[in-house]
Ligand binder design. Structure first.
Ligand SMILES: [Fe+2]
Length: 503
């Protein structure tokens, strides 16, 4: 039995009655969370919602630019509780895909839960039937021999490629949706032998339309290359000993770039019925591994070292022509947000959330000598984005969400930021003091080919008002403030990622 089979067998064993620990009644997350919302009212943003929403015409302040026509798709966890039981980790929430449609008549909004098998079965019975990544429910498996898709909540990103709309999750299949109605069509199988193999949540689409993606399972990394017409051009499964999971990667002209924190998985904890998250450990002083894979021959791989830390996201990567690979990622001091902050968020324990933890790291790797240089920016940030016209190529601009002010960190961001990475200049806008800012997405103005010509669009939850706004900025003049805001008649939990599809 290899390690992967052993892992799946262990996950199945974790579902046995012998592994039952505690009882449903002992679960304190829901009560603790609801009590905390009286004290820290911003937590109400994460109360969750249990039904689809629609608003045909949003109230708009300012003016939507005439060139901004199309749909902003967003995804994120939105349902957190069933029958008084609350998920123990933000990553476990069931995914709601949203569509903000920009037309001559204004802006509309729709949000629909992705109809995964897990969601459908649990909604029908109004109770949890399946443990999640960070939530071990007594006697309920995370996954068994049927694969991780049984736990798939399709909650992390949504992408349009070759006219296919797909909701994405790190550990399982993409779910295809109808781009007009957001109805779920079902899981995507790229090739029969890849059925159930993860197709993770951060694909990269190059300017020619080629989409790269990856999927990690223990000791193995699947790499997909999807042609601009949507057909599978290449898929290989690489052996990467010690790999447990992988959230994001970057592409340059020549390379695929991965940063792998030293991750330990304790199979005994899984056997004892603990959640997958609870079986993870990250040695704090271990360097991270930088894995550089040659796009032209995926067997050509090189490894380098980066400082100890943790990461979720990359901005971009490019080859400078002089043998140097350059990229940026958001460097966390530790895995504290994953391991402590997001479980703390779900039980309303604000003290468990690291106030400052992540900065943009600019990296240069001399591929001939192996020398690696890193330069950390100063702001607390997450959710880096670049102009899609320069993915894999030299980029000048990098957009991020940030926390400005005392005590604000990666779980409570209230501002958006642009770095001019060539000049080092920064351009920022700070929302209301009690705003919770999501990832903002760059949308190109097709009237121009200049990098950065376009708009930055994204949502913010207004804590005092209890509603969510969609905001549009001139992407090169964030400090001037939004040129338009569209208000939803309701508030929605801050989500993770999304993309814009031009009309
Ligand atoms: Fe992500």
């Amino acid at each position: 039995m290899d390690r992967r089979q052993f892992l799946f067998a262990s996950l199945a064993a974790a579902a046995s009655p012998l592994a039952m620990r505690g009882a449903w009644a002992a679960d304190t997350y829901a009560d603790a969370f609801h009590q905390a919302t009286a004290r820290d009212r911003w937590l109400r943003a994460y109360g969750g919602i249990d039904h689809d929403v629609a608003a045909p015409s949003l109230r708009i302040e300012g003016r939507i630019p005439a060139g901004l026509r199309g749909t902003l798709y967003r995804n994120g966890p939105a349902l957190f509780e069933r029958s008084g039981i609350r998920y123990h980790h933000l990553f476990d929430g069931d995914g709601m895909v949203q569509a903000f449609r920009f037309t001559e008549n204004g802006v509309s909004h729709e949000g629909r839960f992705v109809q995964t098998p897990k969601f459908l079965a649990e909604q029908a019975q109004q109770r949890f039937l399946q443990s999640g990544f960070g939530t071990a429910l007594p006697g309920l498996p995370f996954a068994t021999g049927g694969g991780l898709d049984r736990a798939n909540v399709a909650n992390t990103n949504v992408v349009v490629h070759a006219r296919r709309l797909m909701a994405l999750w790190e550990g399982g299949s993409a779910f295809e949706l109808d781009p007009v109605t957001l109805a779920t069509r079902g899981p995507v199988t790229w090739r029969p032998d890849l059925k159930g193999m993860p197709f993770s949540a951060h694909p990269k689409i190059e300017p020619d339309g080629t989409m790269w993606n990856v999927g990690a399972i223990p000791d193995s990394l699947a790499i997909y290359r999807i042609a601009p017409d949507g057909t599978l051009a290449q898929a290989e499964v690489l052996k990467v000993p010690g790999l447990v999971m992988n959230h994001d990667f970057a592409v340059s002209r020549d390379h695929l770039v991965f940063v792998l924190p030293d991750t330990r998985l304790d199979l005994d904890k899984l056997r004892a019925g603990r959640a997958f998250l609870e079986a993870l450990a990250f040695p704090p002083d271990a360097p991270m591994k930088l894995l550089v894979v040659d796009k032209a021959d995926l067997r050509q791989q090189r490894t380098f070292e980066l400082p100890p830390g943790y990461l979720f996201h990359f901005g971009n990567a490019w080859n400078d022509g002089a043998g140097t690979l350059r990229f940026d990622y958001v460097h966390h001091e530790s895995a504290g947000v994953l391991m402590d902050g997001l479980p703390g968020l779900m039980r309303g324990d604000a003290a468990s959330m690291p106030p400052r933890s992540a900065v943009s790291m600019q990296v240069a790797v001399d591929l001939a000598s192996g020398r690696v240089r890193t330069a950390a920016m100063k702001d607390v940030v997450e959710f880096p984005r670049v102009d899609p016209r320069v993915v894999g190529q030299r980029n000048r601009h990098l957009w991020l969400s940030t926390g400005m002010g005392k005590g604000l960190g990666t779980l409570m961001m209230n501002a958006v930021l642009r770095y001019d990475v060539e000049s080092g200049k920064r351009d920022a806008f700070r929302y209301e003091p009690e705003a919770l800012v999501e990832e903002h997405v760059f949308v190109a103005d097709r009237a121009s080919t200049r990098e950065g010509a376009g708009w930055l669009v994204g949502c913010a939850y207004d804590v005092a008002y209890g509603r969510t706004s969609l905001n549009v900025f001139d992407a090169l003049r964030l400090s001037a403030g939004p040129i338009a805001r569209a208000w939803l008649p309701y508030g929605l939990p801050p989500g993770f990622h999304g993309n814009f599809e031009a009309a």
